[in-house]
Design a protein around this ligand. Sequence first.
Ligand code: ZN
Length: 197
Amino acid sequence: MTPQAESVIDLFRATGAYLEGHFRLTSGLHSPNYLQCALVLRHAPAAEDLGRRLAAQLGTILDEPVALVVSPALGGLIIGHEVARALGTPFLFTERDPETRKMLLRRGFTVQPGETVVVVEDVITTGGSTREVIDTLHAAGARVLAAGSIIDRSGGAAGVGVRRVALATLQVAAHRPEECPLCREGVPLVKPGSRPA
Ligand code: ZN
């Protein structure tokens, strides 16, 4: 793990956001760890710090100025806002239409043709939501330069079609239920609220 990733995980531990136990991930796999971004981001100074770091890391792969940061609600709201603060840009978010489930810009949010955007999420697992946001922005005429997340739990494998950075890239230990050592030990299984990492 990089020193940056270690210090990010330390921050999760210090804020009680690094949970250890026996968790059922959204994939159905079982894991002994769970990174709950909402628990670290509830601390505004920690959120600001992570936003600055992610903005700096995005800066290492960008060769032109960013005009806008966009994140998918809800998970990306706080970190996207902090990255926008660090970059000095406006911040918009996408939401799912409750009926069609399509990712949309609502609330009067618009992007200009050719506007340069970075897409920011809390956790990337498969990259699915980031790709949906990118598709929405492309359809609106924006140019998506890059994507970033606090945590990448794909081990770096998730592709989103643009360059991408993460503060901590992890290969999450996960077991199929029938092979799970924690199940064998009879440790109670927990299904965390949303967005396991
Ligand atoms: Zn298990």
